[in-house]
Design a protein around this ligand. Sequence first.
Ligand SMILES: *Cc1c(COP(=O)(O)O)cnc(C)c1O
Length: 411
Amino acid sequence: MTRFNTQLVHGLPVNDNNTGAVNPPIYNSSTYAFESVGTMPRWDYARSGNPTREFLEKQIAQLEHGTRGFAFGSGLAAIHAVLSIFQPGDRIIVGKNIYGGTYSLFHEYFERWGVIVEEVGTTDYKALDAAVSGESAKGNAHGCPAKAVYFEVLTNPLLQVNNVTAIAGIAHRHGAIAIVDNTFVTPYLQQPLDQGADIVIHSATKYLAGHSEVNAGLVVVKDDELGKRVYFAQNRLGGVLAPNECDSVRRGIQTLALRMDRQQENARAISSYLLLHPLVKSVHYPGLPGHEYELASNGLKGGGAVLSFEVVPGVDPADVLDNLHIFRLAVSLGAVESLAELPCRMTHFELPREERLKVGITDELVRLAVGIEDKQDLIEDLGQAFDIAYENYLKRHAGESLFTFAQHVYA
Ligand SMILES: *Cc1c(COP(=O)(O)O)cnc(C)c1O
């Protein structure tokens, strides 16, 4: 067995085209000929399966230490298919601060079809246990164990760490399965199936594809029965990833470790810089220097490359964001280029302000998705944008007494 970084590059043999090509071919065919009416070919119709998609599906199954993988047209299509294995009346416990699109899929779609969704903070194990067991459930659901716990390993945008081993353990104690969105972490930093999870989901749009050029979703299971149910949903709902896009994700995965190493190195440098910057009030990053023990005790090999920070009161975070030149002002994450965004306006605006503030997503919070550029250039880009934000701050407060000024700064 080869090691992870070798598996990324050539985990699967490329052996079906008799040409010596080092990459698997892309099969642009929606249909496949039968030899005769009496035979069932391996491939018949591309939605049901095709060799290009199968390559990617086997690749991610291998990297996540599962038995079967599935590729979808987006992360949300993957999540939709996974949640479609449940039935009306099934109760699903959902971690707090999950991806907004997933939150909406649960509440605005699956609840309409009778799935019962209950949110719980997944770091409060007592509350989680009571919720999964049904002890804290209301009405008819009282005493009736949940069917699944759904959560993300690193929450967005505050980067709180969820412990897969602990959460999956609680789920299993009550006969529920654990479904983990591993998008922010990738199998390079943690393989949730090894920690007890039953289903792993990726928005492969992010780190796995890694170049902001494709929307894709991946699912991996380790249990045959679950695999059959997810396959049924994939084939019937039909939100599959097209062959060309499967190949983009396959190629992206080959450089995952290289990219993630550089992205994490940059994120660590930027987080250290931000911690010392006078216009920065707080920094949220699980990979902060000195936090190695917390990471390791949660089974993580690194903190990833998304971080967030708050500017001090009075400074307008838009002044920072609008004046960045290397960081692009954009949502999404995990790609080679660095991106910056304002969660309250760009990724989390659908959350009512009070809800947002309650979970800590303030109006001053900025999220960075760090890329592979030179870290010094990224830090200098932030530095010059902070300088402009400070000048604007001084202009806004020109003429105010030193007393009012101090009140703002030390508010
Ligand atoms: C982006 C994202 C999704 C949704 O994936 P799409 O590819 O945009 O459909 C789901 N979960 C997380 C954590 C994400 O970051």
